[in-house]
Design a protein around this ligand. Sequence first.
Ligand code: FES
Length: 181
Amino acid sequence: MHKELADHFLNPRNVGDAGEPRFTGRSASLICGAHVRFSIQVDESHAISEAKFRAAGCDVLIASASLLTEQVTGLTTAEAAAIGQEGALSPCAQLACEALLDAIRDFSNAARDDWAGDEALICTCFFVSERTIEREIQARGLTTVAEVTAACNAGAGCGSCHQLIEEILATNDKGKMTHNI
Ligand code: FES
C-alpha cells in the first residue's frame, strides 16, 4: 500500500458524522459486503466545510475514505465531484468516491429545492438555470445531456441534474414537433 494511504489506514482522519445540517451519501459492495457512509457540511459558497466518513471494510477502503475527506475539505462541491469522478485505482477506493458523489447529490437536491432565485436552478454544482439550458438547446440544436454539459457545464459535477436536463431536452423536442405540424 502507498505510504500515505498506509498512514491513513493506521490513523484514519475524520471518522464520524459531519455536523448538522449535513448531507449524506452511501455506497456498498455486494461482492465483499463493505460499506461506507460519507457526510459533508457545505457553506453558503457551496464549499465543503466538513467531511466525515464511517466505513466497514478493508484497509484500502478506510484509508481511501480518510484521504478523500482531507482532499475535499475546502473545495466547492463541483471541485469535489470532479475528484469523485476521477475514478479510483481499486474497487474499494471507488466505493469511497461513490459515497462522496452520493453525498454531493444529496446536497445538490436540497439546494435546488431551497433555491429562491427568479429562474429555476437546475445544476447546483455550476449554478446553471433552466433558462440558460433552454437557450443553449435552442441556439445550438442540442439533443443530449452530454451536449448540454459541453455547452454550459450543467451536469459536469455530481450528476444529480441529469434527469432534469433530460426532461428539458424532451420538452424542447416536443415543442419543436408541435411547431413543425
Ligand atoms: S447538480 Fe451536480 S452536476 Fe448538476
